[in-house]
Design a protein around this ligand. Sequence first.
Ligand code: SF4
Ligand code: SF4
Ligand code: FES
Length: 241
Amino acid sequence: METKKTNGQEGGKRQRLSTNMVNVFIMGKHHIVPEHATIMRAIEYAGHQIIRGAGCREGFCGACGTIYRLPGDYRMHTGLACTTLVKEGMVLTQVPFVPMLKAVYDIETLKPDVSAIEQVYPQTFRCVACGTCSKACPQGIPVMDYIQAAMRGDVAEVADIAFDCVACGLCALRCPAELIQHEVGILSKRLTGRYLRKESTEVDERLDQVRSGKFEQEYAELMAMDKQTLSKLYYDRDIEP
Ligand code: SF4
Ligand code: SF4
Ligand code: FES
């Protein structure tokens, strides 16, 4: 995350506080912030304007990877800044970007089996099954399991396990074998979509409806709405359990 300092609450060292506030250390500097704030809100409360490293603010885009430690706990924790709440004594910093070397490939020349993994991401086979990636994942995905599935060439299994991946890169950041797990997941999803997808009459019907212009009027109405109305509509929507 890239930030710019504006005004905000600062203090010296960790203080005994009245209710509803906690001490946190953001990029090495002490701040006093509301106890129920997300890390992202706390950063803003502390006076930083977030310029990069935030997108959806709802846990979907993976832009806001964060690492932190807690008092009395030796472990390095990982989380998404927009969904992780601050805790007393938290020492945190954002990870603005996890460098990746994305492979370029033509899906039409690959097969949906282990040969694709060998060809595109051969480093996958360096996995030592330590489980660190699974512990690091803020989505609770058993990342090691999908890497093991990739090593067996079961790309459909990889696609299934990695379905909720938001590509934050925190697993890759912690991997001692230096894999790029989520790129293996994306490759497997593409292979599954291209070669292994089961036919779906529902999807075909919906595509026909879209192509026939059934939703054009609805799109036009949405595009004409102001932000407040659109926001209300979004948050009031039916959500599948
Ligand atoms: S962190 Fe790396 S080496 Fe460890 S299980 Fe995950 S992919 Fe394998
Ligand atoms: S699998 Fe890796 S990149 Fe995907 S959400 Fe989990 S930690 Fe982030
Ligand atoms: S801002 Fe999108 S996941 Fe945090």
